[in-house]
Design a protein around this ligand. Sequence first.
Ligand code: SF4
Ligand code: SF4
Length: 198
Amino acid sequence: MPTGRKETVEFHCVRDCSQCCIEREYFPSKEFGKIGVLLLPGERARMEELARKKGVRVRILPRVGVSGTDAGGPTRILAYQMMGREADGNVCPFLDTGSEGRAEHGGYLCGIYGDRPLACSAYPLVGTDPPALDDKCKFCREFGGADKNLDSEEESLIRIKSGMDTDQPVVWRYATGVGEAGDMHLVRTGWMRDPQHS
Ligand code: SF4
Ligand code: SF4
């Protein structure tokens, strides 16, 4: 008999999964190359310092910029991105794939877990009202979505959105020049107008 109670699904990482620390996607298209982990401007120096302390090489590129007009490129950078360590753009430089250690759910350990970027602590949440999860996350593919156990993800996503708030009308994206060997004829490098805001 229906109880009238809304069913809730609790988010948890899928056993042994490290997919979101390994796989990088082309966004918004192959032309823009594979993206890295989003960093707010204030997080950039912190990642560089953590990398220095841990002896890890990081490559940080601009990601999103804005300007008042569409001439000449961005006048302000809203976000940077920490690129994957492999030539094809995959694998976060802080992912510890070389040791026996594993996270509680069995995935590879993050070398900076307590200090990880907001984008990592928000994932897989991509919307807050109502909660929306990235359908590329393995949990989402297996369970279809969740609406519980997402408080810290929500808090991080709200901080990212407020950190990237802008009244500038023109949005630029930095094409990373990184991709699979077979796609490199399509991949570009440098600032281009964001097709999602044109
Ligand atoms: S957030 Fe999703 S993709 Fe990332 S480790 Fe957890 S289950 Fe896997
Ligand atoms: S910083 Fe940590 S949580 Fe974020 S992608 Fe890298 S290994 Fe994963």
